[in-house]
Design a protein around this ligand. Structure first.
Ligand SMILES: O=C(O)CCC(=O)C(=O)O
Ligand SMILES: [Fe+2]
Length: 356
């Protein structure tokens, strides 16, 4: 899965790698300003404009078909990739706002794990701490600085090693030891896992890790989205989800999601925030991938043969001309929502939900 891309000369030459390099963000230095190199996007499929033209009675482009199903809006497939379906604008703007809030405030909460666990252990309320300008500091450092603090029991092995303090706490000298601001950690949040926990070091699910069920509302959403790709009269049972967080320059390298037992069940993948490019390859990295835009509210289903296809996200767009988040921005424009607005302006969130 992730990190599966071996960096050697051979992999650098594959068709998938070439496409990743084509769309990845590179900078040119013009008058000491970093400017993103312009990239030819003419081959990137835009399902939003396909939807608009389809609704207006226009024909579908060659290679794209409409899946006949009971979903309440058009579901498109690609002739060359059986089992792959794209639902443009699957989520309403209200639903998008709801899942962005959840992705930032509730999904990274323990016992769910995030990429920060390996260094900092379980971190509560990262989004709130970032909003309040807090700093995370290693407890030994804290003990040296605020020796009289009653709640610091060094003999208690359950006491977390890292704690938040208020940035302007005068009793703490920043130079004394390891510290990192919560807002930096929020920017560096790359994934969180819901439901059954995925152990990245072993590249498998670990049922022994403490976990909560996938929230009911997310289950309902995933079931509704999965329906067009489900085997006849079967229902999707979400058991695990991975939430990916992308900032400018972040990419998700080509990979296969092959850890689930039953590939007839789809992976339901929901995009939120800034627009991205998704590459859908074939069963080997030598297949030239199909590039498509993913916008906030789009859903992608990968089932059957498409489960065996390499895929990845080489690029997100955070510039106002390309990010396509105008409506989201207006929803988040009141004062209470400013921290969400600030985050989503330069970020993309992907929630992908799986069954075993
Ligand atoms: O971010 C995306 O759209 C794809 C995510 C993905 O492929 C994964 O998490 O396995
Ligand atoms: Fe994936």
């Amino acid at each position: 899965m992730y990190g599966a891309e071996p960096v050697n000369e051979e992999s650098e030459r594959t068709a998938f790698r070439k496409a990743e390099k084509k769309y990845k963000i590179y900078y040119e230095n013009a008058k000491k300003k970093k400017i993103p190199r312009s990239v030819d996007l003419s081959e990137v499929i835009d399902f939003r404009s396909i939807l608009e033209s389809f609704k207006g009675g226009g024909d579908l482009p060659a290679g794209v078909f409409e899946l006949k199903c009971d979903f309440n809006q058009p579901v498109f497939g690609l002739v060359s990739r059986p089992g792959f379906y794209f639902i443009p604008a699957a989520l309403s703007i209200e639903e998008q706002c709801h899942w962005i809030r959840e992705s930032l405030t509730s999904f990274p909460q323990p016992p769910n794990r995030t990429n920060h666990n390996a260094i900092y252990g379980p971190l509560q309320d990262l989004f709130l701490a970032a909003k309040e300008g807090k700093v995370l500091i290693e407890e030994d450092t804290l003990a040296e600085n605020i020796i009289s603090e009653a709640n610091l029991d060094q003999s208690n092995v359950n006491t977390p090693r890292w704690k938040y303090i208020k940035e302007l706490d005068e009793s703490f000298s920043r130079d004394a030891g390891k510290s990192v601001s919560a807002s930096v950690l929020l920017r560096k949040l790359r994934w969180s896992t819901l439901g059954l926990q995925f152990d990245w070091s072993k590249r498998s699910y670990n049922i022994a890790l403490p976990h909560k069920k996938i929230p009911d509302k997310l289950c309902m959403l995933a079931k509704r989205m999965a329906a067009p790709a489900m085997p006849c009269s079967e229902e999707f049972h979400p058991e695990a989800a991975i939430v990916n967080y992308f900032g400018l320059g972040d990419m998700l390298g080509g990979h296969l999601d092959d850890m689930e037992k039953d590939w007839s069940k789809p992976i339901v993948s929901i995009s939120l925030g800034c627009k991205a490019i998704f590459l859908l390859g074939g069963k080997s990295r030598d297949h030239t991938p199909i590039a498509m835009f993913l916008q906030s509210g789009d859903a992608v289903l990968m089932a059957g043969e498409a489960r065996e296809c390499f895929h990845g996200v080489p690029r997100i767009f955070t510039d106002p001309e390309n990010a396509e988040i105008g409506t989201l921005e207006s929803q988040f424009s009141d004062e209470n929502n400013l921290p969400f607005l600030d985050y989503i302006r330069t970020s993309r969130v992907n929630i992908n939900i799986r069954q075993f």
